[in-house]
Design a protein around this ligand. Structure first.
Ligand SMILES: C[S@@+](CC[C@H](N)C(=O)[O-])C[C@H]1O[C@@H](n2cnc3c(N)ncnc32)[C@H](O)[C@@H]1O
Length: 241
């Protein structure tokens, strides 16, 4: 059964999010995001670009989301975007999923401090989302592919869980140098404080050229895919038929 540290109490909102069950992970203790969770949360909240307004303007061009909109964030880390969107739009239901329990702990604590009742976080593998097909209206993922080699499988899951007419917004860094700085700092700190055995993310981030980024989405029959670059980031907006 799903666990929810922060569950919505509004019975009117029968969330798809509630049907996302937790996943068992066997190697995630060795993840940098687990070992030095605070360092990533610091980078996310203080150093990285905040794309909240860009997401809102891109996803909801005619104003905001409709009441009852179901939104999922894949690889939510400390839950920065899930919390911001849930706070801004209290009539939607948001779930952030990640493999790192320590990132989720951070996310849940911050959401609880803001008394967010429409936002929950679950430990889930984004490559095998434990939820039905077509249950989310909106999906977001930020900086996920920088650390996730199985991006085709992740995009297949994105496509599967989106409803018809659903949209996903993806944000990825463009330059390996800038994207690798936080990973390298985490790797360095984890090397000093934890044993080096087992799974670790690479020291260098993976980044895509514009054409490679476009190809990531090509395997699925999206109604529309828009790709664009802005400074150190690139974005994709994909709409399902
Ligand atoms: C670079 S962080 C991005 C966090 C956040 N989205 C942001 O904008 O900063 C990547 C996140 O993806 C998570 N992650 C990596 N592989 C995953 C998987 N297979 N399933 C779920 N989460 C995963 C990591 O634990 C990490 O929190």
């Amino acid at each position: 059964m799903p666990r929810y540290a922060i569950a919505t109490e509004d019975d009117e909102i029968k969330t798809s999010a509630r049907t996302v069950a937790a996943t068992e992970f066997h190697d995630s203790d060795e993840s940098l995001f687990e070992q030095v969770a605070w360092l990533y949360a610091f980078c996310r909240e203080r150093l990285f670009r905040d794309d909240t307004e860009r997401m809102i303007a891109t996803l909801w061009r005619n104003g905001g989301p409709l009441p009852g909109t179901q939104l999922i964030e894949l690889g939510c880390g400390p839950g920065f975007y899930s919390r911001r969107l849930a706070e801004r739009f209290q009539h939607i239901s948001v779930i952030g999923v990640d493999r790192s329990e320590n990132q989720l702990l951070w996310a849940r604590q911050r959401a609880a401090a803001c008394e967010l009742r429409n936002c929950s976080f679950e430990r889930v593998n984004v490559l095998d989302l434990p939820c039905a097909d077509r249950c989310f209206d909106v999906l977001i993922a930020s900086r996920l592919f920088t650390v996730l080699p199985e991006r085709n499988r992740a995009v297949a899951e994105m496509y599967r869980v989106l409803k018809s007419g659903g949209r996903c917004f993806i944000a990825e860094p463009r330059y390996m140098f800038w994207a690798s700085i936080p990973l390298f700092a985490m790797w360095l700190l984890a090397s000093m404080t934890h044993s080096g055995n087992g799974y670790r993310e690479p020291r260098k981030a993976t980044v895509f050229s514009a054409s490679a980024f476009e190809k990531v989405f090509a395997a699925h029959p999206w109604k529309r895919v828009k790709i664009w670059q802005d400074g150190r980031y690139q974005y994709a907006l994909c709409e399902k038929d």
